[in-house]
Write a protein that binds this ligand. Structure first.
Ligand code: C2E
Ligand code: MG
Ligand code: MG
Length: 421
């Protein structure tokens, strides 16, 4: 750590003397337990070996505007690093952080376009992380840059989600395809049930918007396991690995290590999606029934596409996934009522739109709810069976539950109250 105050000329000198490099923090898939990516984090390594972390120089670089020089000098180095990692893992996705100023002019997009155009990297090899403070003013220039990046095929992630003020609205307006839960909120889950609620609600909202979720700041197995079962997609944090140098990172990728992984989160996501669909149908039915047809054009968009194919539940069973190798045949009992439930939902909404009589509408509501209950019971059965398989696989009953509820790093679950019973 340096004690003296760093000034811009010192940052400039260090940048041009090659004292900056990237360290990489692995990102793991909660489904496979394998490394799928990494985050490139800037490190200033002084000639005497002292490492200076971004928190000590980036705020000044940001406020002085020098950050764009850092990005412009370091991006080609990052691309070289990615080319090296790709030799070990071709489909690696490396995230890098940019500031609002990088989006305020077209240079970032131009540079990335040329690296992708010359086939040095694929668009899928790179992900851009932005913070909401960076885009909060939402200028046209920033929006254009973001849309240009999306057109290039580059994924955009919203970093530190859960810390700012305008997150929800921004998520719907910006072309974001991944959301990174703020490490502060993730860390506080072991202390405070409100943080657990914030994380669960963020995961829920991201699912509704079809946005991938990444948790950062995971420092314990308990937090890892909890987020895996809550259906989060990817994870990074000190429990897996801190950011490490390029050689060490590439070696780690080639060793193909595995952390716990489970498809259970996918099933959970599918189930939540199904339950939310049922609510949406009932909300829409009530809203339509209580408003005059002349007012319908002005109603909120209610996303009621009645195709089971679009529903995450059928995407889940069609994908033939499931703990312990479930097969399509096992899902037959689910597929039929699920298809009929969607058809019943569509006819319920239609009967209200057509201003059918009360009896017809009640009948359509009853049929919809009956099928929905059958689907729910069938999913519950699969969940129960898969959970049993997981516990069997672990070899000692209730390990999972004990670690979550009684472990060193207790997640603030609502369930905690059950301990006293
Ligand atoms: P960030 O993008 O939110 O990066 C995550 C930070 O959390 C990193 O700190 C990382 O080392 C740290 N971290 C990761 N896992 C854990 C964990 O389990 N526990 C704890 N306590 N911390 C963890 P770092 O490397 O100091 O970076 C700080 C911030 O600096 C980054 O926050 C990012 O906003 C910014 N930054 C880093 N590199 C760059 C860059 O190349 N360009 C720009 N514009 N900003 C950068
Ligand atoms: Mg980041
Ligand atoms: Mg972050």
């Amino acid at each position: 750590m340096t004690k003296h105050k760093i000034d811009t000329s010192e940052i400039e000198r260090a940048l041009h003397h090659g004292e900056f490099c990237f360290h990489f923090q692995p990102k793991v898939s909660f489904v496979s337990g394998e490394i799928v990516g990494g985050e490139a984090l800037l490190r200033w390594i002084k000639p005497d070996g002292t490492v200076i972390f971004p928190g000590q120089f980036l705020p000044l670089a940001e406020s002085s505007g020098f950050i764009t020089n850092i990005t412009a000098v370091m991006l080609p180095e990052l691309i070289e690093n990615i080319e090296t990692i790709r030799k070990t893992k071709a489909d690696i996705q490396i995230a890098f952080n940019i500031s609002a100023r990088d989006l305020d002019s077209p240079y970032l997009v131009k540079m990335l376009r040329s690296f992708i155009g010359s086939k040095r990297i694929n668009p899928g090899n790179i992900q851009v992380e932005i913070t909401e403070t960076a885009v909060v003013d939402n200028s046209d220039r920033i929006m254009t840059s973001l849309l240009d990046l999306v057109a290039l095929g580059v994924e955009i992630a919203m970093d530190d989600f859960g810390t700012g003020y305008s997150s929800l609205d921004l998520l719907s307006r910006l072309p974001i395809s991944a959301l990174k839960l703020d490490q502060g909120v993730v860390l506080r889950m072991t202390k405070d049930v409100k943080s657990t609620h914030i994380v669960r609600s963020s995961l829920y909202m991201a699912r509704e918007l079809s946005i991938k979720t990444i948790a950062e700041g995971v420092e314990s197995k308990g937090t890892y396991t909890y987020l895996m079962s809550a259906g989060c997609n990817e994870v990074q944090g000190h429990w897996i690995s801190p950011a490490i140098g390029i050689e060490e990172y590439t070696k780690l990728c080639s060793d193909e290590p595995r952390w716990p992984g489970s498809t259970f989160g996918l099933l959970y996501n599918a189930w939540v999606n199904h339950i939310s669909y049922r609510r949406k149908v009932l909300d829409a039915a009530l809203t339509l029934a209580m408003t005059h047809p002349d007012e319908w054009a002005g109603l909120p968009k209610m996303d009621l596409a009645h195709s089971p194919a679009r529903c995450r539940l059928s995407q889940w069973y069609m994908g033939e996934v499931g703990e312990g190798g479930n097969t399509r045949r096992e899902f037959k009992q689910l597929e039929e009522p699920h298809r009929l439930m969607h058809a019943a939902g569509a006819s319920l909404i239609k009967s209200i739109r057509d201003r059918s009589g009360t009896r017809d509408i009640s009948r359509a509501t009853r049929i919809f709810l009956e099928y929905s209950d059958v689907v729910d019971a069938e999913v519950s059965r699969i969940v129960e069976r898969d959970l049993e398989k997981i516990i069997d696989k672990l070899g000692h009953e209730n390990t999972l539950a004990r670690e979550l509820i009684d472990g060193e790093n207790v997640i603030a679950l609502d369930l905690k109250g059950k301990k006293a019973k």
